[in-house]
Design a protein around this ligand. Structure first.
Ligand code: I6G
Length: 677
């Protein structure tokens, strides 16, 4: 760096790096069309960071290196909006939409068809972003519409919000309004992790986004998968186009993210067509919406129409049927999962939620039951989204009836009557019956046959249940004893399907050791751990007899996994089943352990994202590859681990969405040190 002696040259270089990084962010977040690899982005980021470390006087707040503040803040200060953040009126059906359009035309004293812009109404949090001379200067919540909270430090951590507008011609002051939200998958993996760690779960994606924006420590917000769609402007000191659709296009050019579903519609009929189309595709959208918004496209007409009380006359939202409804909790039953986990399930007075009748919903676990203080007879709020199992999210305490009955976890399994155990500190209670329990057997067999395990084509859940209920099989080994005749005698099974299933079972016998290990359904042994075990020991017999000390040497195997492995193979019944399976012809190719000890990460797919501080991404990549890992550029279900550096963006989000392991730079360092020692 010291070769750059000339100060001007140095400043130019820093400026150029920032511009390049901004442009790449724009391509990545806004256009969804990156033009450089992560590695190339990283190199630029590092060069900039190194220069800034060497010349701290060159650091500016809009530098792409300056997203996450170092210190938590003490509280949120209040911000008075220069122009109030209004609310929107609602319509719920075609008739009300026609009335809205009628009022618009009456007020404009025109019978001409009105052009509207249509966009999804995101179920998130309205925020205001103030850009002064293109710099993000202030971000605030809507609050009561007049006064909100200053959440600038947290908003700066959201990768899709530019710290500096791109291009030229933006107004001297530009207040942009939008909705910050958490994607459906981001929300789901956040809650999964919270459940696993016995932490508080969020009721819905909106609350999760709100909770994330209200963190006092911006480093916490930075870890949450937040995103934004900008939908309009507030205070503007400068020129803007004269229609809503052109304003959105212009905001995008300046680097602000707008919704790709925005369209224009001529009159209410086309608006309804848009509404139906979005309603139809609601579950496919990666984020929660609660309706669509129509706005008169022309700003001239908007100005003529003005406002009524605190809502514009030129816009309305067209609400979808609710996805949350209240109903009565009639009873609670306890379901038993593959590992014996007992889930309380609510039996409800049937209720229509978002167009679907719901009569059962999950209550997760007893900690949740206690946290919500839910009782039989209570009026509860039920939430349903897409194909996901509906859940009870809240009790309406005001409506609690006199005799509402507390929910008590049974002491024995409702299926096999073995004792239920709940170890201290764990959120989940379990049936101790193991494979004696029919419920556990059914789930174990379903898991064994599943696509990522033994991959038995054509063995559906219902069939497994029938096979166990009729006593045809009691464990996974029984699957390979089934004849085509036995299968053909099951409900809804023809001779042809039965034959196909026998062929599929035969085909599945040729597998791999990692798949087989995973298929056994040993607690905490997921695909990645199964792969590590297979690579470390090379064969099943060695794993079966490995002691705890040895198991702890396997990458990513800690005391808990080691204990479950020991427990599993200590049970004669399990060993017997494994032997039966091998005798039936289940087999796999041998693994060369010698090679794999040199390459302990063989078969593991890593993705590096965000900026690393202590090493470049290329260095990290080379070291991982040396240990046998494959380093891929994109996250998918096949990814084993994502290394997330600073300002990690959509790849981190995707990893969280898919439930892929995420480690930070420190953990990566430890991992590399373990093998390189
Ligand atoms: O709350 C809102 C959500 C979405 C809005 C809104 C919007 O446009 C897509 N637009 C306005 C003008 C207002 N609230 C006041």
């Amino acid at each position: 760096m010291t070769q750059i002696s000339d100060r001007q040259q140095l400043e130019d270089k820093v400026k150029d790096l920032r511009e390049q990084l901004r442009e790449h962010n724009f391509r990545y977040y806004i256009k969804d069309d990156p033009t450089v690899s992560d590695g190339a982005y990283d190199t630029l980021f590092h060069t900039l960071r190194k220069l800034e470390e060497e010349y701290p006087q060159l650091i500016t707040s809009d530098s792409p290196t300056q997203r996450v503040g170092a210190q938590p803040i003490e509280g949120f200060t209040q911000v008075t909006h220069r122009l109030p953040m209004l609310s929107l009126g609602n319509v719920f059906n075609d008739e009300e939409l026609n009335d809205f359009d009628r009022r618009v035309r009456d007020r404009l004293e025109s019978e001409a068809i009105v052009e509207y812009t249509c966009e999804p109404k995101i179920d998130g949090l309205a925020v205001s972003l103030l850009y002064v001379d293109g710099l993000l200067t202030l971000a605030s919540t809507r609050g009561d519409g007049s006064v909100g909270e200053n959440i600038t430090e947290n908003v700066r951590t959201i990768g899709s919000i530019p710290l500096q507008l791109r291009g030229q011609g933006y107004p001297k002051e530009l207040e942009v309004r939008g909705e910050v939200f958490m994607s459906k998958q981001g929300f789901s993996s956040l809650n999964k992790r919270a459940l696993a760690n016995s932490e508080k779960v969020f009721v819905n994606a909106r609350n999760a986004a709100a909770g994330s924006l209200r963190q006092l420590d911006p480093r916490m917000t930075a870890k949450r998968p937040l995103d934004i769609f900008c939908y309009s402007v507030g205070y503007v000191d400068g020129e803007l186009p004269n229609t809503q659709s052109e304003i959105l296009a212009q905001l995008q050019e300046w680097g602000l993210k707008t919704n790709p579903e925005v369209k224009t519609a001529m009159g209410p009929k086309e608006c309804t067509a848009y509404y139906l189309d979005i309603l139809n595709r609601r579950d496919e959208l990666g984020y929660e919406i609660d309706g669509v918004v129509y706005k008169v496209n022309s700003l001239t007409l908007q100005n003529k129409l003005g406002f009524v009380s605190r809502a514009p006359r030129w816009a309305t939202s067209h609400k979808f049927p609710a996805q949350e409804e209240t109903t009565r909790l009639l009873d609670v039953e306890f379901q038993v999962g593959r590992t014996g986990a007992i889930t309380p399930v609510a039996r409800l007075e049937p209720v229509l939620v978002g167009g679907v009748t719901v009569s059962n919903a999950t209550l997760h676990n007893m900690d949740e039951v206690e946290r919500m203080d839910v009782r039989v007879g209570d009026t509860v709020m039920v939430y349903r989204a897409g194909d996901v199992i509906p859940k009870v999210v809240k009790v309406i305490l005001d409506k609690r009836a006199e005799g509402a009955k507390r929910i008590v976890m049974p002491s024995v399994c409702p299926v096999c009557e073995s004792p239920i155990e709940k170890p201290e500190g764990e959120a989940v209670a379990r049936c101790s019956g193991g494979l004696i329990c029919k419920a556990q057997s059914k789930e174990a067999i379903k898991h064994f046959a599943s696509r990522r395990a033994m991959d038995v084509d054509g063995l559906g859940d219902k069939l497994v249940e029938q096979l166990v209920d009729t006593g045809k099989i009691s464990n996974v080994a029984g699957l390979f004893e089934l004849s085509a005749e036995q299968l053909a005698s099951m409900d809804r099974m023809g001779a042809k399907s039965a034959e196909n299933l026998v062929v599929a079972l035969e085909k599945s016998k040729m597998t791999t050791l990692p798949r087989f290990l995973f298929a056994l359904g040993i607690r905490e042994v997921g695909e990645a751990t199964a792969l590590n075990l297979a690579n470390f020991y090379g064969d099943l017999a060695a794993i079966q007899v490995a002691n705890e000390e040895s198991l702890l040497e396997v990458p990513d195997v800690g005391p808990i996994v080691a204990r479950y492995l020991k427990l599993f193979f200590a049970q004669p019944h399990n060993v017997e089943v494994v032997e039966q399976l091998q005798q039936s012809g289940v087999h796999w190719p041998a693994i060369d352990v010698v090679t794999n000890q040199d390459k302990p990460l063989e078969g593991q797919v890593f993705v590096l994202t965000g900026s690393l501080i202590k090493m470049t991404r290329n260095e990290a990549k080379a070291q991982l590859q040396q240990l046998g890992a494959k380093v891929s550029g994109s996250v998918s279900k096949k990814t084993h681990c994502v290394v997330a550096g600073d300002a990690a963006g959509s790849k981190l989000k995707k990893a969280q969405d898919l439930g892929v392991d995420v480690i930070d730079e420190n953990e990566l360092e430890k991992l590399l040190a373990r093998y390189n020692a």
